[in-house]
Write a protein that binds this ligand. Structure first.
Ligand code: GLN
Length: 451
């Protein structure tokens, strides 16, 4: 049924870059055989899932939405893909994203933008717009994403779906194409809080193949999603994440969500995180620095595209030509920014200062979590914007992630949950719930209370 729905709607939505019909049907048959053989599989056995095209899956085209990886088929699967297969999930195919996950609208994809199923003239957010749109278009019941600065939560917000960024280190990055390694974190996308929690449980857990993987039990996210009991818990409203620049309809639905939480027995307090104001600026130094290092591997020699190799041109020229043709503008912009920020003489002023800001943001979180069990904000200042509207203005685009970036900087956990449609334009609004590291269950508990 999901393959049929993809077939019917993908030309309009462009959420899937590759539909693995044969593989999915074979996996489904294998699940049947395992169940027939008496194997005890978990609750998601046989449930289809869409995979952001940043996760390596053995033998299945994996592009990161970049020309530079077009035609590349990974020789191995990421830990998370393997975990999904082991748990009996059925992988429908690979979903569209901003090139190398750099963007907030899925418009920087080399393979065309994804359209928001709520209004096809608008973006589905990004970078994981393909996964979020696949859920909103009922092409898949579950999807996986990655969140470096908001790429799970912001698309969830603007498509009326659920998306959670687990605690940094909770879900393995092994086999996930790297953007900014100290910020990247895979996580679940779904239409309901319980679905997301069930997927979270399959995705997360220690992986010796990832040096930053946390060796601790996965918090009881499914129990929390089933319970939704928040009575007596304290909710901190972050003063700095609201006000000017936030759409009135977004603010209104956010205030209503607070009232709902209060009605469910939570206590609302205001907290201040003054250094969040510098989050975006510091992120756009740290992230491109890591990007410039991670993307050095695309040299036209080892993977995918190679341009200009005529047996006469030298290695450097082939490399330069391949990169000129293979990378899009946003990727080039960030490589240049990062290379500049890391260059000798500027390193301390830019990268060093940004790392200090990062520490200050973590301290803001620590102080706020002494006053509240979770922190909340709108997930993003505005609802889905028009395709093309912000593409030529990178700074306007970057503001999409004002509310989500602090959590990536500090490494704690947060999710976005639907909280109604904006009275301004009838489009979905999301509320963000942030919790301390390893308290992922609190995010689901509040998500369930909001549902
Ligand atoms: N939109 C943010 C950026 O462009 C976040 C991307 C992400 O989380 N992958 O960097």
């Amino acid at each position: 049924a999901f393959l049929d729905q993809i077939e019917r709607t993908n030309a309009e939505v462009n959420s899937f870059l590759h539909v693995d019909t044969e593989g999915a049907l074979a996996q489904a048959a294998a699940v049947d055989a395992r169940l027939d053989a008496g194997e005890a599989l978990g609750p998601l056995a046989g449930v289809p899932v869409a995979v952001k095209d940043l996760f390596c899956q053995e033998g299945v085209p994996t592009t990161a939405s970049s020309r530079i990886l077009e035609g590349w088929r990974p020789p191995y699967s990421s830990t998370i893909v393997q975990r999904l297969l082991d748990a009996g999930l059925v992988l429908l195919g690979k979903t569209n994203l901003d090139e190398f996950a750099m963007g907030s609208s899925t418009e920087t994809s080399a393979f065309g933008p994804t359209h928001n199923p709520w209004d096809l003239t608008r973006v589905p957010g990004g970078s994981g717009g393909g996964s979020a749109a696949a859920l909103a278009a009922f092409q898949a019941p579950l999807a996986i994403g990655t969140d470096t600065g908001g790429s799970i939560r912001q698309p969830a917000s603007v498509t009326g779906t659920v998306g959670v960024k687990p605690t940094y280190g909770a879900a393995s990055r092994y086999g996930v194409i790297a953007m900014a390694s100290s910020l990247d974190q895979p996580g679940p996308c779904a239409r309901t809080v319980l679905d997301a929690a069930l997927l979270h449980e399959v995705m997360c857990g220690h992986d010796p193949m990832d040096s930053t993987s946390i060796d601790a039990p996965v918090p009881p996210v499914v129990d929390a999603a089933r319970s939704g009991d928040i009575s007596g818990l304290r909710v901190g409203v972050v003063k700095e994440l609201g006000g000017e620049g936030y759409e009135p309809g977004v603010e209104q639905r956010f205030r209503e969500a607070l009232a709902l939480l209060e009605g469910a027995g939570a206590e609302i307090v205001e907290v201040s995180c003054p250094n969040f104001a510098y989050g975006l600026g510091a992120y756009y130094l740290i992230m491109p620095s890591e990007v410039s290092s991670n993307l050095a591997r695309y040299d036209g020699m080892r993977y995918g595209l190679r341009v200009g190799d005529d047996g006469v041109r030298g290695t450097e020229e082939v490399m330069a030509t391949t990169r000129a043709v293979g990378f899009g503008d946003e990727v080039k912009r960030r490589i240049i920014l990062g290379t500049y920020a890391l260059s000798s003489g500027y390193y301390d002023a830019f990268y060093g200062s940004a790392q200090k800001v990062r520490t200050l943001i973590s301290r803001d979180f620590d102080a706020a979590f002494e006053q509240a069990d979770v922190l909340v904000s709108p997930s993003t200042p505005f609802t889905a914007f028009g395709i093309g509207e912000k593409l030529s203005d990178p700074l306007a685009m970057y503001k999409s992630d004002l509310c989500t970036i602090p959590t990536n900087m500090a490494g704690n956990t947060a999710g976005s949950f639907p909280c109604g449609l904006s009275p301004d334009d009838g489009l979905p609004v999301g509320v963000q719930v942030m919790a301390p590291p390893l308290a992922d269950d609190r995010v689901y508990r509040f998500g369930a209370a909001l549902e």
